[in-house]
Design a protein around this ligand. Sequence first.
Ligand code: CP
Length: 310
Amino acid sequence: HKHLIDIREYSDTDLMTILETAKAFSQVNERAIKKVPTLKGKTIVNMFNEPSTRTRSSFELAEKRLSADSLNFGGSSTSTVKGESLIDTVMTLNSYKIDMVVIRDKHAGAPYIVTQHSPVSVIDAGDGKHGHPTQALLDLYSIWERKHTFEGLKVGIVGDISHSRVCGSLIPALKIMGAEVTIIAPGTLIPPAPEVLGVDHVSYSLDDALPELDVVYMLRIQRERLEGAPFPSLREYHELYGLTRKREHLMKPDAIVCHPGPINRGVEFDSYMADHPERSVILDQVYAGICVRMAALYLLLGGADNGLAS
Ligand code: CP
């Protein structure tokens, strides 16, 4: 593969190769000296035109640990505020003989535009409501670490499905790997045709769905993408769909809890469940983020030597 934009272009074998490569690179992150020469001489542009904590910091760290040169660029500090288009921005960056663009943008489809105006590999780091493939990879990695298989695994995704770019990549990725996916949300937060993404079941009741689930994947209510006031209100949402201490007895004893971050404590969770020492893998997901991004950078840039022997 040249790009990582549409996870549906990847097979189960491709995805497993990325997870296994990420596992190998986790050794680097455990070492005292966390660096390999794998991508020495490669230049990667991180173009973040929308806010990010996890994705941006882990791409930057992944690039540093692989010895690539990073150019961190984007948003209101660029000449786009003077009216320069994304296309002209990309053509300008091409002149530096770069090797890759990692892009986050509020516009769905922005990574495809970059591929049309640049010869280099492109990674979608989140585009509008469309996709977030490296998020799906880190979610797969975290689930694989705890559950060791995807075949028949029952995964429930709870919350704002309709505004979620995470779902745009995660649901197809889970289906490619053989998991069974239920979405759980009020009708106002379910997209018109969830089956297009590969959803197996739709539930409007968290209490009904919870006892079946091996993985409970909570989503944030995306207030920045809602037009007008959320319905139900955040208080009602927490009452009906919040994963709280009083709902824990409904869960399988070994069910785990995921969230892509950032979390809204008191809305999709209470702190008891968000910080649950056995069930919550939220911070493991953050760690997985650096491992899978190292793997994706290495595999897309055609790395022959992963540098792990050095
Ligand atoms: N999960 C995620 O994409 O987080 P950031 O927006 O902080 O990168």
